[in-house]
Design a protein around this ligand. Structure first.
Ligand SMILES: N[C@@H](CCC(=O)N[C@@H](CS)C(=O)NCC(=O)O)C(=O)O
Length: 205
């Protein structure tokens, strides 16, 4: 396999998804750190070479660059048990990964970043005005997960897949954004189940 390097900011859940997949598959990743709080992914060199979208994670494969956490997880997991063989299950996995990117991450992850990393006092008026909407949308995403997990061990196909990876990354630290997991027992059981899997690593590993 070509050399793999993860361009990342380690506390980011999006970056953690890729490290978690690599750990489950026994794949070694090189790691290159960027300080996103100081604009290190917005330099002309980064935009030209690594990701024109100015964001990490980016998985570098040899001399090619693959932005977007879901795409990078998919690249690593191709041919493994983390991607279901069944056509419907594979599409259903993508459905949850898309849900994570549209309904979950922009709310659950953004509030974590704003409140735990920047701090409420450092937010712009525009960001402050978005807090209630993001809180409500994040709660709605978590409620949907709670209902789905009420009678299932994993999101798709009765086993651990990229759908679980995508949703685990920011859900297990959702309390850092002020979201309540105590009242969501199915999510807490699922978090414990995933944390106990062989190959699991914590976000700060
Ligand atoms: N959809 C992207 C989101 C990437 C993203 O939002 N990255 C954030 C950190 S988690 C970032 O690079 N922020 C720095 C910036 O926007 O300057 C993915 O899933 O990888």
């Amino acid at each position: 396999m070509e050399k793999l390097t993860l361009h990342e900011y380690a506390p980011s859940g999006n970056c953690y998804k890729i490290r978690l997949v690599a750990s489950h598959l026994g794949v070694t990743l090189g790691r290159r750190h960027y300080d996103i709080l100081n604009g290190e992914t917005r330099t002309p060199d980064f935009l030209r070479t690594v990701n024109g979208n100015g964001r990490i994670p980016v998985l570098q494969i040899g001399d090619r660059y693959l932005p977007e956490s879901g795409a990078a997880c998919f690249y690593l997991a191709e041919g493994s048990s983390l991607i279901p063989d069944d056509r419907f299950d594979r599409a259903d996995m993508l459905r949850w990964m898309n849900f994570e990117q549209y309904n979950h991450e922009p709310n659950v992850a953004t509030l974590r970043f704003w409140l735990a990393f920047i701090g409420e006092g450092g937010l712009s008026d525009f960001q402050k005005a978005q807090l209630p909407g993001k809180r409500a949308a994040g709660d709605a995403a978590l409620d949907l997960m709670e209902r789905h997990l009420a009678d299932r061990a994993f999101f798709v196909a009765d086993r651990f897949t990229l759908a679980d990876v995508a949703l685990f990354a920011y859900t297990h630290v959702a309390d850092e954004g002020g979201f309540d997991l105590a009242s969501r027992p199915a999510i807490r059981t699922w978090i414990d189940r995933i944390s106990a899997l062989p190959g699991h690593i914590p976000i700060d590993a």
